[in-house]
Structures are given as C-alpha cells and as structure tokens.
Design a protein around this ligand. Structure first.
Ligand code: DX5
Ligand code: ZN
Length: 219
C-alpha cells in the first residue's frame, strides 16, 4: 500500500487550521509542506512558522519539501518547528557536502530525503543512499501546484526501484507533481511508495472523499 501525502500549497491559507483538521480526519498518511524561497524556484510560499503552526494541531507525519537554496542554514529551524522528514534538493547542494547535510538532518532526529528535478538523472543519488530514507522524484518542475504530470516519471521510478531491490535497500520513493486518481495506480505499480497530491485534493468539491478515493486506488 502506498502512502498519501496531501500538499497544502494550493489550499486556502485563510483556512489552514481547518485544512489540517480535515487531513487529521482523513485517510491521508502525511502532510506535505512545500517551502519555496523565490530563488531556487520562481515562487515564494511559506516557511518555518507554518510548519510550527501545523505541528500544534496534527499528529500526522510532517514532510517538509525544501525548495530553497542553502538548505543547510534552515534544517535546524525546520526540525525544531516539527518537521519529521526533511527533503532537500540535490540541485540546491551541487557545490556542497550533501552527505554531511543529510547526516545533520538525521542527527537532529528527522528522516533525511533527497528531491530530484525531472531533468536530474536518478543515478545522481546512488552515492547518497546510505544517508537517506527517501528519494523524492519530481514529476513536474518544482515551483507551482497544478502542473501537468511528466510521463517519463514512471521509468525513472522503475529504475530507482530496481536499484533499491538489487541492493537490498528499503529506501522510500516519493512522487510529487500532477498526481491524480488517473495515474496513481500506475505510479504505485512502478514503485512509488508515497504520493504527494495537491490541487486534485484541494480543488475538488470534497477533499476528504478525494483522499479516500486516492487511498483506495493505491491500497
Ligand atoms: C510543486 C510542489 C508540489 C505541488 C503538488 O513544486 O512540490 O508538492 O504542490 O501539487 P499538484 O498535485 O497540484 O501538482
Ligand atoms: Zn512538494
């Protein structure tokens, strides 16, 4: 069974408390928090205070997806705010010691993950697998919700899955961007363990029901 992680990015921020409460009552497994700095991506969303506020009203796993430059500066802040997983972008750490940033995330008590953009070869993360609990395979270019799913993603997930099976690793594979009831089953069959879903849930008339529908598709 795959996990469902609603992304609140495209929800109504005036209703954030009610949104988190809805997720609490739903069959969703995690809450996915998209942090954007206007530099790594062309959009600005929210930061540490929102993670802290969400933590106060949920026991669900908080999954912080940091689409920011210099993520190492903020890891401690996100952890203190309550992030259970901290996802940093491979592309934001090109000239940095990525292994030690991942080790720092772990030493702070969070689960480390590497996110990769659609144009980064999946093989780029192979040398870091001992430091991570999860790989986030972006199925759109990061920055905005509501974009069209990139079809290559199935093959990228399959390649990673085969690599993890061959090496006896239980590293999770997460997919993020354009995930819907139409592609969730194929993503699960390709090897996705965690599905991030944003606009399909929050633009639907009944988000609770949409989460149930997604959950039953990947069960
Ligand atoms: C995109 C974000 C995603 C996004 C997903 O940069 O990382 O988490 O909110 O939203 P949908 O499901 O609308 O593509
Ligand atoms: Zn995300």
């Amino acid at each position: 069974m795959s996990l469902i992680a609603p992304s609140i990015l495209n929800s109504d921020f005036l209703e954030l408390g009610n949104t988190i409460k809805m997720i609490n009552e739903s069959q969703a497994d995690w809450v996915h928090l998209d942090v954007m700095d206007g530099s790594f991506v062309p959009n600005i969303s929210f930061g540490i205070p929102i993670v802290e506020a969400a933590k106060k009203i949920t026991k669900k796993t908080l999954d912080a997806h940091l689409m920011i430059v210099n993520p190492e500066k903020y890891i401690e802040g996100f952890r203190k705010a309550g992030a259970d997983l901290i996802n940093i972008h491979y592309e934001a750490c090109k000239n940095k010691d990525l292994a030690s940033i991942l080790q720092e995330i772990k030493s702070l008590g969070a689960r480390p993950a590497i996110a990769i953009n659609p144009d980064t070869p999946v093989e780029a993360i192979y040398e870091y697998t001992e430091y991570i609990d999860m790989v986030l395979v972006m199925s759109v270019f990061p920055g905005f919700g509501g974009q069209k799913f990139i079809e290559d993603t199935y093959g990228r997930i399959q390649t990673l899955k085969q690599f993890f099976i061959k090496n006896n690793m239980n590293t999770l594979i997460q997919v993020d961007g354009g995930v819907s009831p139409q592609n969730a089953k194929k993503l699960k069959d390709s090897g996705a363990d965690v599905m991030v879903v944003g606009s399909v849930i929050f633009k639907s008339d009944d988000p609770l029901q949409t989460i149930s529908e997604l959950k039953s598709i990947v069960s």
